[in-house]
Design a protein around this ligand. Structure first.
Ligand SMILES: Nc1ncnc2c1ncn2[C@@H]1O[C@H](COP(=O)(O)OP(=O)(O)OP(=O)(O)O)[C@@H](O)[C@H]1O
Length: 482
């Protein structure tokens, strides 16, 4: 089917002008213009691009220059808040409807939709809201007036049962194509393999990759500025804390000496090296942050059980580089949607639950394009602990496909960690189904020192025999709470 254009045609303003004037960016990044043009031409668009590529602009700019309202569906409250704030600062009429939206603002948004000619350019909503009649009825009014410009689904991998982050309500987004067949849909994700992509497209009713109306843009997952490394460890010789402290002090020491010292901004603190440490449990999150603080390192915990005020304050201070808030020790998913550009490292204290989760979290580092360090402490005991969690989650969800997909993802992540004969960037691109992988420029442990990596792997891990005996005895059946 050919792209459907809306009947009320008009002249589009110059995209470069809008990019500069409203978004304060000098140039488009490669492919951004093509994606935006495809969207403005009325196509459905699927965008897969690395973390920090600039996917948001691909639906924000069309929303500003096009007529009508763009509905942005996102699973992440932090992303919504962050983006709405940034858009409003740029004088763009954007809002979000979610559990945090104050009552009066909610009423105002519904009133705006009710007119059929909303003034809002971008409305960020959750997939859960999209399933409610109250909201759907308002969209129908807007649609009737030909003011429903586009639906943008961010983190689109959540639609697929084969994705690591499957959310049931995302599946119900099929309603949009069924109800508004001529309204273009845009999907964006950083982490989808071929199977997930096909599933997303068919669930949303966007047809296949070769449909005329659908334009698919898949860019490499490769992030050349991320230095990837695995650090091997085991329960009986667990030196993570000492190792990390030694590493971060080394970083501070290098900043204190020339030539780095001369490069620091005037008055910049030596220990202003923003980073994130991902842990799996709340308890560990608290205890690790406290242990680092007792060593004089500015680390703060961040997890679901902290009060809203504490979380907001911690986040704001971390974002503005305040002393004592250099490192966030967080449970999973922290940082998604938070556009802090100068995160210099992401450490995984334990093995994450999925390959996609690992790479998305690591991708929080180096969004400014400068070098950033990502290392993961891997032990076989943790592999088995995390595996027991994935099995528990699978039993609770009762979704066999999703459980299987998650189990495979975890197994591939463990295998990535234990592989000592290949470039890490290469393995990641392979995982996401890329054939041509750009050369890594000494930005992984294998490229830096393949023999040393092999030695560390041989010495650093507990033997499989030992781990399997422990496993039989149920030693790794944990009940971590994130
Ligand atoms: N053309 C551009 N020129 C300069 N900066 C840009 C451009 N496009 C986007 N950016 C900036 O790049 C950063 C990342 O953009 P964005 O948050 O949209 O990334 P993303 O692709 O959604 O990544 P993630 O999947 O990690 O959230 C933002 O700071 C954004 O302002």
């Amino acid at each position: 089917m050919a792209p459907l254009r809306r009947s009320n045609s008009y002249i589009l303003p110059d995209l470069d002008f809008t990019l500069r004037r409203q978004f304060k960016k000098l140039n488009f990044r490669p492919q951004q213009r093509q994606i935006i043009q495809a969207a403005l031409d009325g196509n459905d668009v699927f965008v897969q691009a690395a973390t920090s590529f600039g996917k948001s602009l691909c639906y924000q700019l069309p929303a500003v220059v096009d007529q009508g309202i763009t509905i942005v569906i996102s699973p992440l409250l932090s992303l919504m808040m962050n983006q709405v704030e940034a858009l409003r600062a740029a004088d763009i009429n954007a809002s979000s409807l979610n559990s945090n939206t104050p009552g009066a603002e909610k009423d105002a948004i519904y009133k705006d939709l009710q007119t059929g000619h909303p003034r809002t350019r971008l409305l960020y909503v959750t997939p859960e809201l999209c399933a409610l009649d109250r909201f759907r009825d308002k969209l129908k009014i807007v649609y009737k007036q030909k003011e429903l410009a586009r639906i943008a689904v961010d983190e689109a991998h959540c639609i697929s049962e084969w994705g690591h982050d499957f959310r049931r309500d995302f599946k119900r987004l099929s309603w949009f194509r069924e109800t508004f067949p001529d309204v273009p849909i845009m999907c964006l994700t950083a982490t989808a393999n071929t199977e997930v992509r096909q599933d997303v497209l068919s669930t949303l009713g966007l047809g296949s990759d070769d449909s005329d109306r659908l334009k698919v843009f898949t860019m490499t997952a490769y992030r050349p500025n991320l230095h990837l490394e695995i650090r091997f460890t085991q329960d009986q010789d667990d030196q993570r804390l000492e190792d990390f402290i030694q590493w971060i002090r080394g970083v501070y020491a290098r900043r204190a000496s020339e030539p780095r010292k001369a490069e620091l901004a005037k008055g910049e603190r030596l220990d202003n090296v923003p980073g994130i440490i991902y842990t799996i449990s709340r308890d560990e999150c608290e205890s690790l942050a406290a242990a680092l603080r007792s060593e004089g390192i500015g680390a703060q915990p961040f997890h679901a059980k902290l009060s809203k005020e504490t979380k907001e304050q911690t986040l704001a201070k971390w974002v503005s580089n305040e002393p004592g808030y250099d490192i966030i020790v967080a449970t999973t998913a922290f940082g998604m949607g938070i556009d802090k550009l100068n995160v210099r490292f992401v450490v995984h204290w334990r093995l994450p639950k999925s390959f996609e989760g690992y790479y998305q979290e690591a991708g929080r580092a180096g969004r400014d394009g400068n070098a950033a360090y990502c290392f993961l402490y891997y032990s076989r005991e943790d592999r088995d602990r995390v595996s027991s969690l994935v099995i528990r989650d699978g039993q609770q969800s009762g979704n066999a496909n999703n459980f299987q997909a998650r189990a495979v993802s975890l197994q591939k992540l463990a295998s990535y960690c234990e592989t000592t004969s290949r470039c890490r960037h290469h393995m990641i691109c392979d995982y996401f189904g890329e054939r041509d992988v750009p050369a890594c420029d000494y930005a992984c442990d294998w490229h830096k020192d393949a023999a040393g990596l092999q030695r560390r792997w041989l010495r650093g891990l507990a033997s499989e025999d030992f781990v399997s005996t422990q496993r039989e005895e149920g030693m790794y059946n944990v009940d971590w709470d994130d």
